[in-house]
Design a protein around this ligand. Structure first.
Ligand code: ARG
Length: 280
């Protein structure tokens, strides 16, 4: 829920003017009245909004969201959401949830938004709203480094595939004929299963799989073939939430004033690509 402090202050300002007018009627100095109004008006226009935005995330998805060595939430999504809060004058409170519990929580209204590397899909749009796209990503296939057999999607028929539950990677795996799919609560657990040799492949978001390999968090894996999809991440909110516009305005502002590019640079070491205004 959002409480706009500007509105709150304006009400106080209005209340104050009224009492000042009353005081003026009672014979107070009119010059004082004018001065008082100018001050309160100024306070009202320079004010920010206060309000708390409860934001769900599943923080085992580096570099987008993870717990750092100090046990704090960190990552591109966390920085972006925090900056959105600052821009919109909202206090962001993160709440960790299992990924497949995020949309139910939005529907139940126990959280106001979710930032979790979540792809904007037609299916999800039936139950929640999304902000404009803030990241372009896509699914990739990972296999063990010494695997010479799997070079693309067609080679995954009848294979064992690990995925994170409730993800677009899980949806993609479900379409592969004869595939035996095992689901995990997090992407790192699925990748570990592959590193342990218990499955043939993982289908997961490319930036996350590549980060796990590059950071040395998981050993002995490689990405093969082309990206299977092009996906855009959005911030999910309950259907018809008034925060959609607030969040979109903040993202737009940050895309124009360089804040977005700065955060993108910090995590990806390059200029952000052009993003469409809408995923579909
Ligand atoms: N982009 C994929 C999806 O939306 C995976 C997201 C997983 N996010 C996470 N924080 N574990 O389905």
């Amino acid at each position: 829920m959002i409480i706009k402090r500007s509105v709150f202050l304006r009400n106080i300002a209005l209340g104050m003017s009224a009492s000042l007018v009353l005081a003026a009627c009672g014979g107070a100095d009119t010059a004082d009245t004018a001065e008082g109004e100018a001050t309160t008006d100024e306070a009202a226009t320079t004010e920010e909004t206060v309000g708390v935005l409860k934001v769900a995330t599943e923080p085992a998805f580096p570099p987008f969201e993870f717990q750092n060595d100090d046990g704090e939430l960190d990552g591109f999504d966390i920085d972006l959401m925090t900056a959105i809060g600052e821009t919109a004058g909202l206090e962001v409170q993160f709440e960790s949830l299992p990924f497949d519990g995020i949309i139910p929580a939005l529907q139940a209204g126990t959280v106001d938004a979710a930032i979790s590397g979540m792809t904007i899909t037609e299916e999800r749009l039936q139950t929640v709203d999304f902000s404009r796209p803030y990241i372009k990503a896509g699914l990739a296939i990972a296999v063990q480094t010494d695997n010479a057999e799997v070079a693309g999607l067609d080679d995954l028929e009848d294979k064992k595939i690990a995925v994170q539950i409730g993800t677009t990677g899980a949806d993609q795996a479900a379409e592969i004929p004869g595939a035996e799919i095992s689901t995990f609560d997090s992407a790192p657990l699925a990748l570990q299963e592959l590193a342990n040799g218990n499955v043939d492949a993982v289908i997961n978001d490319a930036p996350v799989t590549l980060d796990a390999i590059a950071s040395g968090n998981i050993d002995g894996l490689k990405v093969v073939g082309e990206l299977l999809t092009t996906e855009f991440y959005g911030i999910a909110m309950p259907k018809d939430s008034e925060n959609v516009e607030v969040v979109n305005d903040a993202i737009m502002t940050m895309m124009e004033d360089g804040t977005y590019a700065e955060i993108y640079q910090k995590w990806f070491g390059e200029e952000p690509p052009e993003l469409p205004e809408s995923a579909f």
